[in-house]
Structure formats: structure tokens, C-alpha cells
Design a protein around this ligand. Structure first.
Ligand SMILES: [Zn+2]
Length: 466
């Protein structure tokens, strides 16, 4: 079976056939940098990072564009409240997003354009739309420019709404001279004290929807393969992006992929809940790679209902994988990743990125690997471990990769040396049959969080987790 995705626009699973052979272009609506991210924001980054890694593994040359919306009402309001320029607010929040993506092992996008750096491209797109009769500047001289929904019969196609039943655009506090309540702002005329840029229709600032159309087209071309984003962006944001670009004559996205949202106790995330689920708070509970496992393990289209218990379960599941690979390396030395993933793993990811099924293959390998380890079947252990490494690499979860192996590596070596000294003393105590002293050494290590296990190959240790 070939690679296929659920396409929101077609409302069915479609085989993936790229615009250009061997290449895949991907646009993901990135952060609106109003505040630091919580895990609901970063989930989308993890889901699409897995997609990008799988496409790359399949041999596609991937161009991945993830934008930053660096100006909007909330950014301006926060800046005014703090008495700082708007760009300081976007700058610091963008850094928080970058740290979070990096911490969770999301590869940097090929390009990460910021909206305010693309005003000329937006002006050009507005001009094309106005010339084609699909947009108009407000007659009141406010500087607003609107998209004329009535002029574009395919409006509603993506979100499956009939044009006459489309919900009114909720993007404006300014009903200034809109011709139709469904019309949405491409450009927002300047209000006093707000940042603004010059256009042929007056000063103002970008509308959110226009930004993404302009940036996607600039970096990926008039037509590109995949447009991604959270399910909450289908309407109005993505509907409007598609309407603008197609009305202007561009093909725009050929597949629309949407990730599910994150809920807490079955409810949509509220602001206060979001605060407790910010990345630094989460990283006090689990390690970054475990958080990535948690966010990536569910199917990307499903809703994740957050709970601490589920997070800890995910961390334990990851530790089982890590534990096997660590032991395999202890027994066999270096293990290189296999060239190919097992067929069942490939089938799972080809089928609309079925990460949960793919992880079932991973855990099957871990179970079989542990059995082989216990039985001393070294060749089988090596085979399974090297297949594990390639699978985990695709998921961004390989504990032996440069990305994660260096995590605390320096400290680990120091602790390793110290524990070795303690274990030698314990051996010596046992040798002179001073079992009380030997036990005391082990107890002190346990207290310090070092768990010692006696194996036929001698004692091995690990840090106690959780
Ligand atoms: Zn967007």
C-alpha cells in the first residue's frame, strides 16, 4: 500500500501524490506569539515533525515552512499593558516557542517566516484580488481591505459549508463599511497608536489569513503539497486562506491535514489550564523525550485528553524502550540503525500516519528483545535493536541519537564513575563477608536515587525515575 492521508477538504483518505516527483512541500500554521506555548500548541509541532521525518525517510526532499504570526490584537494589547513595543512581546514569545520545539526534538523548519517581514507580498496578493474583483478597500478611507465572499462561489468548500450558510466572520471589531457580513478583513486599517505599514489603500496591518497565503506562496509556490494546522483552524482561517489564494488564481494546498486538539478533563483548554501546562512546568514532571512520546503517541487526528497519569504512563512506556536499548548496548557495544524499517511499521505510518500502530511494532520489538537478552541470543538482540533505532529515529525518539543521547551525558559519566567506586567497595565488603556494610552501601545509593541490580554480568545501575 502506498502513502495516504485523510484530507480535510476531500473528507476522505487520499493517496499522496506529490506535485513534483521526489519532493514534498509542507506549510504548517505556526505560532501566534501572544504568550509562551503550552503543550496544546506544541502537539501540532510534534505531529508534523513526525510527518516530515517519515516523508524524509521515504526519500522525499521536504521543504517545510512553518510561519510565525508576530502581530495581532493580543500582542498589541499585551505590549500596551506592559508599556513596551509590540515587537518585544512577539520576540520573547517566539523565543519561548523555539526553545519548546527544540526541547521536544522538533527539527527546525526549512524556513520560518514572520508575518511582518512579508508586507510587500501581502500587498501584491491584495492587488491581484482587487484587480480580479474578489476584494475591495473600504469606502470610508479606514484602510481596511475586505475579501468579497459573495464573489467566490467555492467559499465554504474546505469547511464543508454552503456559501449561503457560512457563519459570519468573527475577525472584526470593525464593521466599517463591509459589504457583506461574511466578508473578512485582508488588511486592517490603522487605529491610533497601533503599529502600521503603508499600502496603496492606506496605512494598516496584516489580517491573519492573508499572511499565511502570502508566505506559503512565497516559499512553496502558487501550488504546494500539504497544508497543516490544528483542527480549530479549519474555519475561518484555512477556509479564508484557500479562498484568497484560489480566487487570485493560485492552486494553493493540494492536501489539508489537521491535528486534533488537547483537552483537559474532556474540556477544551482554558487559559488558566493552559498556564499549568506550559513547557517548563511539564518538564518538571517528565523528561523532554518522554513529553514528546506522550504528545506523539496518539493518532494526530484524535483529541488528547490530558492527565498526569497518562503522562506518567507514557514516560514508563518510553523507559521500557530505553531500558532495552541501554542493555543491548551494554551487551553488544555500538548498535547502528538498520537501513529499513519493518514492513508493519511502514504500513502503519503510510496509513494516515498511524503512530499508535507503529508504536505497537516498536514495543513488540522491545518485548522480543528482552526475551532474547535473557536467553543470551546476541544476534537476535542486535537485529531487533538496530531495527528499533531506525523506527525510533523516524518518530524522533531514538534514545541513542545525538538528539537525546547527549541529554545529561556529561553528568552521567561523572555519576557512572562515582557509582563504580561505591560498587567496588560493596564487592570488597562482600568479599570479606561484611554483608551489613555491603547492604549499607546499596541503601545509600538507593537513597540517592541510584537503583542497583545484580545481573550475571555483574551489578548494573540506573537512576530511579518518577
Ligand atoms: Zn495560517
Amino acid at each position: 500500500m502506498s502513502l495516504r492521508f485523510y484530507d480535510t477538504s476531500a473528507r476522505q483518505v487520499r493517496e499522496f501524490s506529490p506535485l513534483r516527483e521526489g519532493c514534498a512541500s509542507l506549510y504548517l500554521c505556526g505560532a501566534t506569539v501572544q504568550a509562551p506555548p503550552h503543550i496544546g500548541h506544541i502537539r501540532s509541532g510534534v505531529n508534523f515533525d513526525i510527518l516530515r521525518r517519515w516523508l524524509t525517510h521515504l526519500g522525499y526532499e521536504v521543504t517545510f515552512c512553518r510561519n510565525v504570526t508576530d502581530i495581532d490584537d493580543k500582542i498589541i494589547a499585551t505590549a500596551a499593558r506592559e508599556g513596551v513595543p509590540w515587537w518585544q512581546v512577539s520576540e520573547r514569545n517566539q523565543r519561548a516557542f523555539t526553545h519548546a520545539y527544540d526541547a521536544l526534538g522538533c527539527l527546525p523548519p526549512t524556513v520560518e517566516p514572520r508575518a511582518t517581514g512579508h508586507v510587500p507580498e501581502m500587498i501584491e496578493l491584495m492587488r491581484r484580488l482587487i484587480d480580479a474583483g474578489h476584494a475591495y478597500p473600504a469606502d470610508d478611507g479606514s484602510g481596511d481591505v475586505y475579501f468579497d465572499v459573495g464573489s467566490y462561489p467555492a467559499y465554504g468548500e474546505l469547511s464543508n459549508q454552503r456559501p449561503d450558510q457560512v457563519v459570519e466572520a468573527a475577525d472584526t471589531d470593525r464593521e466599517r463599511d463591509k459589504r457583506d457580513p461574511r466578508d473578512f478583513a485582508l488588511w486592517k486599517g490603522a487605529k491610533p497608536g497601533e503599529p502600521s505599514w503603508e499600502t496603496p489603500w492606506g496605512r494598516g496591518r496584516p489580517g491573519w489569513h492573508l499572511e499565511c497565503s502570502a508566505m506559503a506562496t512565497k516559499y512553496l509556490g502558487p501550488s504546494f503539497d500539504i497544508h497543516g494546522g490544528g483542527l480549530d483552524l479549519v474555519f475561518p482561517h484555512h477556509e479564508n486562506e484557500q479562498a484568497q489564494s484560489r480566487a487570485a488564481g493560485d492552486g494553493f494546498a493540494r492536501y489539508w491535514l489537521h491535528n486534533g486538539l488537547l483537552a483537559v478533563g474532556g474540556e477544551k483548554m482554558s487559559k488558566s489550564l493552559g498556564n499549568s501546562l506550559r513547557i517548563p512546568q511539564m518538564l518538571e514532571k517528565v523528561r523532554p523525550v518522554e513529553l514528546r512520546y506522550y504528545l506523539g503517541q496518539a493518532h494526530y487526528r484524535s483529541t488528547i485528553d490530558y492527565s498526569d497519569a497518562a503522562l506518567q504512563e507514557a514516560a514508563s512506556a518510553y523507559q521500557r524502550i530505553e531500558g532495552f536499548l541501554t542493555r543491548a548496548v551494554e551487551v553488544l557495544g555500538e548498535i547502528t540503525p538498520a537501513a529499513e524499517v519493518p514492513e508493519a511499521f511502514a504500513e502503519a505510518l503510510d496509513d494516515d500516519l498511524g503512530v499508535s500502530q507503529a508504536l505497537a511494532v516498536v514495543h513488540g520489538h522491545v518485548r522480543e528483545g528482552n526475551t532474547a537478552l535473557a536467553a543470551g541470543g546476541k544476534e537476535r538482540v542486535r537485529e531487533l535493536a538496530s531495527e528499533l533505532r531506525v523506527m525510533l529515529g523516524v518518530l524522533g525518539l531514538d534514545p541513542l541519537s545525538d538528539q537525546w543521547a547527549s541529554e545529561g551525558q556529561g553528568l552521567r559519566e561523572v555519576v557512572d564513575a562515582l557509582v563504580a567506586v561505591a560498587l567496588e567497595q560493596r564487592q570488597a565488603a562482600r568479599g570479606r563477608k561484611d554483608y551489613a556494610a555491603a547492604d549499607a552501601i546499596r541503601d545509600r545509593l538507593t537513597e540517592a536515587g541510584v537503583v542497583v541490580e545484580d545481573t550475571p554480568q555483574g551489578p548494573r545501575w540506573d537512576l530511579r525515575r518518577g
